[in-house]
Design a protein around this ligand. Structure first.
Ligand code: GLN
Length: 514
């Protein structure tokens, strides 16, 4: 199928994925490639348009990330953003240098509404700026179509050649009309039709999986998380009981989560697949006995997980396909897509498990962003509580219990977390807070309950807002909600006599508690 496509060329900017997401939100498919990608490869993709991202360099410096002049001469529309805009000017004969006044933050921009980019945008509009350099002189044949008090060229264009340069960041939500501008670029300049729709994606993917798998057998490790669940349902719809899903309950899941997964994927659920639930709780608790060091705990849980999965896979024997819930940010962050340095090596990408005998990997969600995975989940009819589940760490509650993990501590944190989640939902905050959960400190202290002395644990409540999970701020939860949750927890959960709220951001703290 020939999907219309925008290519995002990554110069190492921090918003590269955001650019791609915003374009996809306009129902136009796009992919991120490093600026090092050979121009012939880009041409061969036959993109409807090209977007150049921001980046940390100064384009006039020796060794700065660059691109060839040819990129602007193929007749394909190009939109440069920030660094991309500066580079476009630099390569085409304009002049870029250090700005006398650098701009950072929300800035009022005056736009020329005769530009295709700004036709339906207010003449004075708030945009997000983040630059030290500026375009002092545009390249020949360009006209200036936006400026600020300090920045004479906030946008420039050469309509005839379909080249557009924007100094600010339309992809960032602080740019109030940024989505409109990107929409204008992909529709009015590139002439896209907007064919990237999740229902079509689901239909096409199921067909493609069916063709690929044929009469073969597939194996999927189910974690209960959003990605593996959506991947599994898509597979099940495509190949039914040629699929086996192995779900390892390591005893570190949220309250009732194991049963919820079984309800959906088990024999009483709506799908015809082979579901294997391994109740390995005790195995994990035994391995974790006496272990306090957080990294060791993570390692033990990870290794034991593989061991259990391996044992099950052996029982199943040879399979043709191994299904993984890899999503697009995993691919980009692993350094395969864009320009960002390898931030973390994802276990989903590259590192193939060698303990399963299989021919090929299938990654049905490999091209999707998280919010798209959720849309696909809804499209597939997966229950909302599963689709909108918060991100949950692989080692589960193992990283939300400080110190040794025991069955007793798991029970405490499960109960407390369930109450906290209920109260957050009651306050209507469950979709607006990025991530929230209860953790168990390793601290016990004296309390008094029913006139009796207690010596019990303190539970910590955490709630953070984050865009990218690299940095986060503690969320401002209404006091009423917090005190209500605290009250219920000390009343309903045995062995807890104190509840604390974590006000720290990341950095210096992390999101999890381990
Ligand atoms: N490094 C360039 C500057 O400082 C571009 C910054 C950016 O792309 N955000 O102007």
């Amino acid at each position: 199928m020939n999907q219309e496509k925008i290519v995002v060329i990554d110069f190492g900017g921090q918003y590269n994925q955001l650019v791609a997401r915003r374009v996809r939100e306009c129902s136009v498919y796009c992919e991120i490639y490093s600026y090092r990608t050979p121009i012939d490869q880009i041409k061969a993709m036959d993109p409807k348009g090209i977007i150049l991202t921001g980046g940390p360099n100064s384009c006039y410096e020796e060794g700065a990330a660059s691109c060839s002049r040819e990129l602007f001469e193929m007749g394909i529309p190009v939109l440069g953003l920030c660094y991309g805009a500066q580079l476009m000017m630099h390569v085409l004969g304009g002049y870029v240098c250090k700005a006398p006044v650098r701009e950072y933050g929300k800035i009022e921009v005056t736009v020329d509404r005769t530009s295709k980019l700004f036709g339906n945008v207010s003449e004075k509009t708030i945009c997000w700026m983040s630059h030290n350099d500026y375009i002092e002189k545009t390249a020949p044949d360009f006209r200036i179509v936006a400026h600020t008090a300090d920045c004479p060229v906030a946008a420039a264009e050469c309509e005839e050649k379909k080249l557009y340069a924007i100094q600010f960041h339309p992809e960032v939500l602080h740019t109030q009309e940024g989505t409109k501008m990107l929409h204008n670029f992909v529709y009015k300049v590139c002439g896209c039709a907007g064919t990237w729709k999740m229902d079509a994606f689901v239909e096409n993917s199921i067909k493609a999986i069916r063709e690929k798998v044929g009469s073969g057998r597939a194996l999927c490790a189910l974690s209960g998380g959003v990605d593996s669940s959506v991947a599994a349902v898509m597979m099940a719809k495509a190949v039914g009981n040629q699929l086996t899903c192995v779900f390892v309950d390591h005893g570190l899941l949220r309250k009732n989560e194991g049963d919820e997964v079984e309800e959906v994927f088990g024999p009483n659920g709506p799908y015809h697949l082979n579901f294997v639930r391994v109740n390995a709780q005790q195995r994990f608790y035994d391995k974790l006995k006496g272990v306090e060091e957080p990294e060791r705990k993570r390692k033990i849980i990870g290794e034991e997980f593989i061991r259990v999965f391996e044992e099950e896979a052996k029982k199943i024997g040879k399979v043709d396909f191994l299904v993984q819930g890899t999503i697009y940010p995993d691919v980009v962050e692993s350094g395969l897509g864009g320009e960002s340095a390898v931030i973390k090596s994802h276990h989903n990408v590259g590192g193939l498990p060698d303990y399963v005998d299989f021919r090929e990997i299938i990654e049905p969600l490999r091209n999707l962003f998280k919010d798209e995975v959720r849309k696909v989940g809804i499209e597939l009819g997966i229950p909302e509580n599963l689709v909108y589940r918060q991100p949950f760490p692989g080692p589960g509650l193992g990283v939300r219990i400080v110190g040794e993990v025991t069955a007793e501590k798991v029970r405490i944190v499960q109960e407390a977390d369930a109450i906290y989640r209920e109260e957050i939902a009651r306050a209507g905050l469950d979709r607006s807070i990025g991530q929230y959960f209860a953790a168990l400190t390793n601290m016990r202290s004296v309390g008094v309950m029913g006139d009796e002395r207690t010596y019990d644990y303190a539970v910590a409540l955490r709630a953070v807002n984050t865009v990218d999970f690299m940095t986060a701020e503690a969320a401002e939860i209404p006091w009423e909600t917090l005190s209500r949750a605290a009250n219920r927890i000390v009343n309903e959960v045995k062995n807890v006599n104190r509840v604390l709220y974590d006000c720290t951001g990341k950095p210096p703290a992390t999101i999890e508690w381990e």
